[in-house]
Design a protein around this ligand. Structure first.
Ligand code: CO
Length: 272
């Protein structure tokens, strides 16, 4: 069963440089750091509550990850879901005729892993992982939400349910933005399906320009947004003043992707 997001993977030029931000500035703990020779990457996992952030640094030029870095730059590469049975999930997906990158699970940084082809998931590369016994585990909240942009909201809902069992259980239609946010929950993290409801909305334009993909962003809930913003400004980062968020009863500020190795870090405070 798929029960939560295991990690988001981002591709970086230098894991050491990225660690200065994710470990030293954000304060995340490294749970794994090794070179996976056959994949040509150095992978680093950093724990963030029940989730992790995976840094992928290509160690040679002839791999998909290296080509991705060359064409797209430092940005989010994939979303990985945790399952206790990657073999069973893969067999289920094969039975559904889903396009897979891996026909059989293999060893990866997060354990026994397999990738679903992004064309099966509206442009999102999905990894499934069954971690080894004794792997890092936390029950604390990690990401508040991730987001994926989708061109066909109805079709995307069916896809996410079929592939990883996620159902849209909430919906936000922010006033005047011409978009809908479909909310699905995996563990304690919401995955937002962002779709345009009006052809002249910024979201429609974004999808027309970039296609469907996972946003290179993680949102993290904080108790005191003003204090967090002050803390990161003191560490030399540039953050906008907290502003009312798109989600109800929220305020947000963001560490921009250009300061965070391609992965924007949205800090979100809820009035509960
Ligand atoms: Co991964």
């Amino acid at each position: 069963m798929i029960d939560r997001i295991h990690h988001v993977g981002i591709v970086v030029h230098s894991a050491d440089a990225a660690l200065k931000f994710f470990r030293d500035t954000l304060g995340l703990t490294v749970t794994e750091d090794r070179v996976v020779e056959e994949q040509g990457v150095r992978g680093v996992l950093l724990a963030l509550g029940e989730n992790e952030i995976e840094l992928l640094e290509p160690t040679r030029d002839d791999t998909g990850v290296a080509r991705f870095l060359q064409t797209r730059g430092e940005t989010l590469h994939h979303i990985c879901f945790n399952t206790d049975n990657v073999d069973g999930e893969l067999a289920r997906l094969k039975g559904l005729g889903v396009d897979l990158i891996d026909q059989e699970p293999r060893d990866g940084l997060a354990g026994r892993i397999a990738f679903i082809h992004p064309k099966a998931a509206h442009g999102v590369l999905i990894e499934l992982a069954t971690p080894p016994a004794g792997a890092h585990i936390s029950h604390a909240k990690g990401f508040d939400h991730l987001a994926v942009t989708v061109a066909d909201y109805e079709a995307a809902q069916k896809t996410w349910e079929r592939l990883v069992g996620l159902k849209v259980t909430g919906e936000v239609r922010p006033e005047g933005r011409g978009m809908v946010i479909g909310q699905t929950r995996s563990g304690q993290c919401v995955i937002e399906l962002l779709a345009a409801t009006s052809p002249d909305s910024p979201m429609a334009q974004r999808i027309a320009e970039q296609g469907e993909r996972a946003a290179s962003m993680v949102a993290i809930e904080v108790a005191d947004l003003d204090a967090e913003v002050a803390k990161y400004r003191a560490k030399g980062l540039t953050l906008p003043d907290p502003a009312v968020g798109v989600l109800p009863n929220s305020r947000t500020s963001t560490i921009g992707a250009e300061q965070a190795f391609g992965l924007a870090i949205q800090l979100i405070e809820f009035k509960r």
